[in-house]
Design a protein around this ligand. Structure first.
Ligand SMILES: C[S@@+](CC[C@H](N)C(=O)[O-])C[C@H]1O[C@@H](n2cnc3c(N)ncnc32)[C@H](O)[C@@H]1O
Length: 252
């Protein structure tokens, strides 16, 4: 996926996801980290987007540093006390710091479609964690994608000045664990009626637990928890968004 993806999209990202319960998610992540022994401290966020989770977790007492590939998303991410971010690629980032946990929220890991990139992201997470630190992320879960199959979806959101209509058309590549989502976004300026049309393709990879475990073995993690993101339910064919909690193993 090129870094141009999310550039047009980023203009309307917060409006499109205004109905997403970021505050509930920050509460869930805070509770989840606490369950695995990280109630406070320094968090590194991979794919921090416009910084909403980061700012909410900073309000809860964490120090959060975000890495985000899209310059437009970074420009839209307001810093706050306890939260800042920089443009960078989570496959190659090198900060020379160690964190209590690395987070990656809202399917960022599913944007890493090649084995090389996924392995790189796991390795970068391990390098930036203290021994025993946590790598927590949500991702598209293969059993649910195979059982339910993605469908065409239309989403419409508006504010005082613009109405956005987004059509998402998926194309499955079953032998590659991948779904390419073709987005067509119509932005209608309410005052003038002018319509701008944008198109983006988001290739998404889905993962099974044996794949995650293999990646863990290769990069020094152990999977210590697995649940449906937000609900905490066991994962299965009805779990589109799975969440894993990986612990960095101490070097022997
Ligand atoms: C669906 S958005 C999620 C953003 C944010 N975490 C949120 O919850 O709103 C996925 C984000 O991951 C970023 N991303 C994907 N691959 C990346 C990479 N290799 N390095 C840095 N950021 C990446 C994209 O630019 C995009 O902002």
């Amino acid at each position: 996926m090129s870094s141009a993806v999310f550039s047009a999209y980023s203009r309307y990202y917060d409006l499109l996801y205004r109905d997403k319960d970021y505050s509930g998610e920050a509460h869930y992540v805070h509770e989840l980290l606490g369950r695995y022994g990280v109630s406070t401290g320094n968090l590194l966020e991979f794919g921090s987007g416009t910084g909403i989770h980061g700012r909410l977790l900073a309000e809860r007492g964490f120090h959060v540093y975000g890495i985000e590939r899209s310059a437009d998303m970074v420009a839209r991410a307001e810093g706050s006390e306890g939260f800042s971010c920089e443009q960078g690629d989570i496959c190659t980032v090198q900060l020379d710091r160690h964190f209590d946990a690395v987070l990656s929220l809202f399917h960022v890991i599913s944007y890493q479609i090649s084995n090389k990139d996924v392995l790189a992201v796991f390795s970068r997470a391990a390098e930036h964690l203290k021994d025993g630190g946590l790598f927590v992320f949500d991702f598209w879960y293969s059993p649910a994608v195979s059982a339910q199959r993605p469908e065409v979806r239309v989403k419409r959101m508006a504010d005082d000045s613009v109405e956005i209509t987004r059509i998402a058309e998926p194309r499955l590549f079953p032998n590659e664990n991948r779904v390419d989502v073709y987005y067509t976004i119509y932005a209608r300026e309410l005052a003038s009626g002018a319509i701008a049309v944008m198109e983006e393709t988001h290739p998404m990879r889905h993962f099974s637990l044996p794949e995650i475990d293999l990646l863990c073995e290769m990069t020094g993690f152990k999977r210590v928890g697995t649940e449906e993101f937000l609900s905490g339910k066991p994962v299965g064919e009805d779990t589109w968004g799975a969440c894993v909690i990986l612990r960095k193993r101490a070097k022997t």
